[in-house]
Design a protein around this ligand. Structure first.
Ligand SMILES: [Cu+2]
Length: 485
C-alpha cells in the first residue's frame, strides 16, 4: 500500500516535492480488498525482453446454432508467470491472464455464460458493444461469488476491436488490474474484403502496467508504483516477426495510466482504426497517446528495418524513473506479403446535427465527481430520447503540474456505453488526427476540454458514462444516462 516514504519518493521525481501537496498524490481509489491492503514488498527487478510474447488463446464455443455461438467462462483465481521466474496469483476469465479472446462475426449472436468462482462480486461489460441494458454489465448488476449470468451480444454493429472487462461497483479497477480483461474481436464482410494483413499477421497487443513484488504478489496500487509493463500478460516481452506488414491492435488495458507509444527510432506507422473500427482513410503517425480503454489499430511494415534487426516499442509517457521499453520486435526473414493498406478503408455515416448540448466537468478533488456528483445508481443524471443526437463538452478540471512529476492521476478520460461518438473539437480547435474515427473513450490531459457528438441508441434503457481511469470510476466519476423510447 501507499506509505509516506513511497509518496515522497514519487513526489521527489523532478525535485519538486515541496510544491506538491500530499493530497494531490496517490489518488487512485484505495484497494477494495483486505488482501490488497497488506504491506507492500519491493517490486521485482525489471528485466526487459526475458519472455517471448504470447498471443491470447482464442475461446472455442461450447455449442453453436444457426445464428449464435455459445461460450462458457469460469471466472477463477489462477497462477500466472508475469515476471520471469515468479508466480503471481491473478483473477482470470477461464484461467488465462489476460482472458481468452472471443472472435465474433457481425450478425451472429454471441452468448457468454459467466460463472463467478471468485470471492468477489463481478460484472462483465463488453466495452464498445451495442447491447441491451441488462447485458451491459452495469455496476449493480453483479454476479455474486458462486453465481452465474448469461450475457447476450447481438453483434449488430461494424467490425471493431472490442474488449470485455469487469465493471462491478467500486471493484472494477482492482478486478481489471488483477486480470479480469479479455479481447473481443468483431469482424464483418466489409473488413474481410480489404487486403489488410490478416491471420498470423493480425496481432493484438494488450498493454498494461503492473507491480509484481519480489515474492510474486501482483499488487493493486497507483501506477507510479507499478514498474512493470506487460504485453499480453508478460513483462516487456520480445516478439519474433517476419519482415513484412503486420496489423497491430493496440489496447491500453491499464487501470490507471496513460501510455504514449512510439518506435525507439521514431519510425512512422499507419493508423487504420480506432475504438469504433476502421477509419475512413489511413493516417500516418509516429506516436499515439492512449488512456485506459482506448484502442488504436495500426499497420507496421517490419521490412523497413530488415532481417536480423530489432526495434523497440517504447512508452514516452513513462515516468523518468521507469524503463521506457514496452516490447521488442525481432525481425526475421522476408516472406511473401500481398497485403496492402487501401486508401479508402470505410465510409462513415454522417452524424446528424445535434439538437441537445450538455456540459460535463470531471474532477478528482475534493472528491471523484462528474458535475460535482459521485455516481449513484439510483440517480438519473441524463435522460435522452432514443435517436437523439447530442453534443457534449467535457472538461478535465485538473491543473497540469510540472514535467517529470507523476501526473497519471490528473488525466481523465470519457467513456460512453451503448454508442460511439465523434470528437469534434479539442481545446477549442477542430479535432486532429489523434481524435479520428468513431470513439468510445477519449483522453483528456490535465486542463483539457473536448467536444464530442453522438446519437443515442440503438437501444433504450439504463447506461453509463464515466472516466476510464478505473480508480476514478470506482471512486465515483461515473454518471447514469437513461435512454427513453
Ligand atoms: Cu478520471
Amino acid at each position: 500500500m501507499l506509505n509516506r516514504r513511497n509518496l515522497f519518493k514519487a513526489a521527489a521525481v523532478g525535485g519538486a516535492a515541496a510544491v506538491v501537496p500530499w493530497g494531490r498524490l496517490g489518488v487512485t481509489a484505495p484497494p477494495a480488498s483486505a488482501a490488497a491492503g497488506a504491506a507492500a514488498a519491493a517490486p521485482a527487478p525489471v528485466v526487459p525482453f526475458a519472455h517471448a510474447m504470447p498471443l491470447p488463446q482464442v475461446l472455442s464455443p461450447v455449442s453453436q446454432t444457426a445464428l449464435s455461438d455459445v461460450y462458457e467462462v469460469r471466472m477463477r483465481e489462477a497462477d500466472a508467470e508475469i515476471v520471469q521466474g515468479l508466480v503471481s496469483r491473478v483473477r482470470t476469465y477461464g484461467g488465462t491472464f489476460p482472458g481468452p479472446t472471443i472472435r465474433a462475426v457481425r450478425g451472429r449472436e454471441v452468448v457468454v455464460r459467466q460463472y463467478n468462482d471468485l470471492t468477489v462480486n463481478t460484472a462483465v461489460h463488453l466495452h464498445g458493444a451495442h447491447v441491451l441494458s441488462q447485458h451491459d454489465g452495469l455496476p449493480m448488476d453483479t454476479i455474486a461469488p458462486g453465481g452465474t449470468r448469461t450475457y447476450h451480444y447481438p453483434n449488430e454493429q461494424r467490425a471493431a476491436s472490442l474488449w470485455y472487462h469487469d465493471h462491478a461497483h467500486h471493484l472494477e479497477a482492482e478486478n481489471v488490474y488483477m486480470g479480469l480483461h479479455g479481447l473481443y474481436l468483431l469482424t464483418d464482410t466489409a473488413e474481410q474484403l480489404l487486403p489488410l494483413p490478416r491471420g498470423a499477421f493480425d496481432v493484438p497487443l494488450v498493454i498494461r502496467d503492473a507491480r509484481v513484488e519480489i515474492d510474486g504478489t501482483l499488487r493493486y496500487t497507483r501506477p507510479s508504483d507499478c514498474p512493470h509493463m506487460l504485453v499480453n500478460g508478460k513483462e516487456r516481452p520480445y516478439f519474433r516477426v517476419a519482415a513484412r506488414k503486420y496489423r497491430l491492435r493496440l489496447y491500453n488495458a491499464c487501470a490507471n495510466r496513460y501510455i504514449r507509444l512510439r518506435f525507439a527510432d521514431g519510425a512512422e506507422f499507419t493508423q487504420i482504426g480506432s475504438d469504433g473500427g476502421l477509419l475512413d482513410t489511413p493516417v500516418t503517425r509516429t506516436e499515439v497517446t492512449m488512456l485506459g480503454g482506448e484502442r488504436v489499430d495500426i499497420v507496421v511494415d517490419f521490412a523497413r528495418w530488415g532481417t536480423g534487426r530489432s526495434v523497440v516499442l517504447e512508452n514516452t509517457g513513462a515516468l523518468g524513473t521507469e524503463r521506457p521499453e514496452v516490447m521488442r520486435f525481432d525481425i526475421g526473414n522476408r516472406v511473401a506479403d500481398r497485403s496492402r493498406i487501401p486508401r479508402r478503408l470505410s465510409r462513415s455515416a454522417v452524424l446528424p446535427a445535434a439538437t441537445v448540448e450538455r456540459d460535463f466537468e470531471i474532477r478528482t478533488f475534493p472528491a471523484m465527481t462528474i458535475n460535482g456528483l459521485s455516481y449513484d445508481p439510483n440517480r438519473v443524471d441524463v435522460t435522452t430520447r432514443l435517436g437523439t443526437t447530442e453534443t457534449w463538452t467535457v472538461r478535465n478540471a485538473e491543473a497540469p503540474i510540472g514535467p517529470g512529476l507523476p501526473d497519471f492521476h490528473l488525466w481523465h478520460s470519457f467513456h460512453t456505453h451503448l454508442t460511439f461518438f465523434r470528437v469534434l473539437e479539442r481545446n477549442g480547435a477542430p479535432a486532429g488526427i489523434a481524435d479520428q474515427g468513431w470513439k468510445d473513450t477519449v483522453t483528456l490531459g490535465p486542463g483539457e476540454t473536448v467536444k464530442i457528438s453522438m446519437t443515442w441508441g440503438p437501444y433504450t434503457g439504463q447506461y453509463l458514462y464515466h472516466c476510464h481511469q478505473l480508480g476514478h470510476s470506482s471512486g465515483g466519476q461515473m454518471g447514469r444516462i437513461d435512454v427513453t423510447p
